[in-house]
Design a protein around this ligand. Structure first.
Ligand SMILES: [Zn+2]
Length: 433
């Protein structure tokens, strides 16, 4: 509880202190704060970078989806070929099965016809047997038209012999016919057995064909199942690609908007700098050559509070103010140029929060640190790879934040070091003197 009370007290004190500063800042600010503008620009640049990164990701996704779709289309076409081949085989199998069925039907008819023949032969044999029996009964056993009577009613011996011959001949003929008919029957039964055997073979062949056909149908079904799965995957890939393409269109439109916004913010910043320069010029002539910002409301900066951004490098190639060298050509130079070899570490002038770290018109890539109390410092001409901190990061005085570059509007490796106070460019020397 005690601890919480104490921290609450500190918060109240801090709040009061910050409140006072905020009120002072509000009274002094007439131009838009450079920190706010820089932070807006930096936000826009960050958003543009994010949009471009997202667009690149989406392009890669679309490419991957297209590859997947091409591969799936190929697989589907290949499966189509296989399925068609199986369908043809199944059709051929069906034709063979039909032929076999017809052959079986023919065999059945042939067997039925043979059966009729057999029955007819059976009847003929039975009839023949009956005739023969009747004749024998008539001749030997029965009394009505006796065999002997036929013989004894012969008119002469030769007639008797003739009659005997005839009777014998008839009986023999009966027996011969019977034998022939029995032989026919045997042959017909054999033929019928052969036909039945052939029918059995045909039925077995039909069963085998049907089984082959069922196997082919099973394979074809499996192939069709595979194909429908591939088609589903293709649908998913196409939907994914369409979604990514839609998002890419939106993202590119956003990036375009962001670029327009950045351009606008950069133009505003250039106008603000020109206005600040004009104000500084007017103040300078009014004060008769006094420091442009030395008299503006009393410096909150104490000696030794600020760190030098490039320790060991104190030569200044272009000082703050109107510069008339080949690079600046009489324009207002809103910072000091400190030459140093490429890659020399740049140190933060004081504690603060990074509010910009990225491309800035003319300065190559730059870093802006908001130190609070309305003071910001900025560091220019670095390369993107030379930025070692990012927006939102808290930095400590003397911390290495970047490496010297020669990026942007620059004739050689140097640090452009600038400062601003409540929205107006100030001579960075005021931090140290
Ligand atoms: Zn410069």
């Amino acid at each position: 509880m005690g601890k919480r009370r104490r921290s609450l007290y500190i918060q109240q004190q801090t709040g009061r202190y910050l409140g006072g500063v905020a009120t002072a800042a509000l009274l002094m600010v007439s131009l838009p704060s450079p920190a706010t503008q820089a932070s807006g620009l930096s936000n826009a640049q960050q958003q543009l970078q994010q949009a471009n990164q997202r667009a690149e990701q989406l392009r890669q996704q679309i490419g991957a989806y297209q590859q997947q779709e091409a591969s799936l289309n190929q697989q589907i076409a290949h499966l189509d070929d296989q399925i068609n081949a199986k369908l043809q085989a199944i059709e051929q199998m069906a034709r063979q099965i039909n032929q076999t069925k017809q052959q079986i039907a023919q065999k059945k008819e042939a067997i039925a016809a043979k059966q009729h023949e057999i029955e007819a032969t059976h009847q003929r044999i039975a009839q023949r047997q009956q005739y023969l029996d009747q004749r024998l009964r008539a001749t030997y056993e029965d009394g009505t038209v006796s065999y002997l009577e036929v013989l004894f009613s012969a008119t002469s011996f030769s007639d008797f012999l003739t009659r005997l011959d005839q009777l014998t001949f008839i009986a023999q003929q009966d027996r011969t016919l019977l034998k022939e008919q029995q032989a026919d029957l045997e042959k017909q039964q054999q033929q019928k057995a052969q036909l039945a055997k052939e029918q059995e073979q045909l039925v077995a062949a039909q069963d085998a064909l049907s089984q082959q056909q069922r196997q082919l149908v099973a394979i074809k079904d499996a192939l069709q199942q595979q194909q429908s799965e591939k088609r589903q995957q293709l649908g998913v890939a196409t939907r994914g690609r369409n979604l990514a393409a839609g998002e890419l269109t939106t993202t590119l439109a956003q990036a375009q908007q962001m670029q327009a916004q950045i351009k606008q913010l950069q133009q505003q910043e250039a106008a603000r700098q020109a206005a600040a320069a004009a104000a500084a010029r007017a103040a300078s002539s009014a004060a008769g050559g006094a420091s442009s910002s030395g008299s503006s409301g009393g410096s909150p900066v104490q000696e030794g509070v600020w760190a030098w951004p490039l320790p060991g490098h104190s030569y200044i190639s272009t000082d703050y103010g109107f510069a008339n060298d080949s690079v600046h050509k009489g324009s207002f130079h809103d910072g000091i140029d400190i030459p140093a070899p490429l890659g020399t570490p740049i140190h933060a002038a004081g504690d603060g929060i990074v509010i910009a770290a990225g491309p800035a018109s003319g300065y190559g890539d730059w870093i802006v640190i908001d130190h609070g109390n309305g003071i910001a410092t900025f560091y220019g001409h670095m390369y993107p790879s030379g930025l070692l901190v990012s927006v939102g990061e808290h930095v400590r005085k003397g911390q290495v934040i970047a490496l010297v570059g020669s990026n942007g509007f620059s004739t050689g490796p140097h640090l452009h070091f600038g400062a601003s106070r409540n929205g107006a460019s100030v001579n960075p020397w005021t931090l140290y003197r």
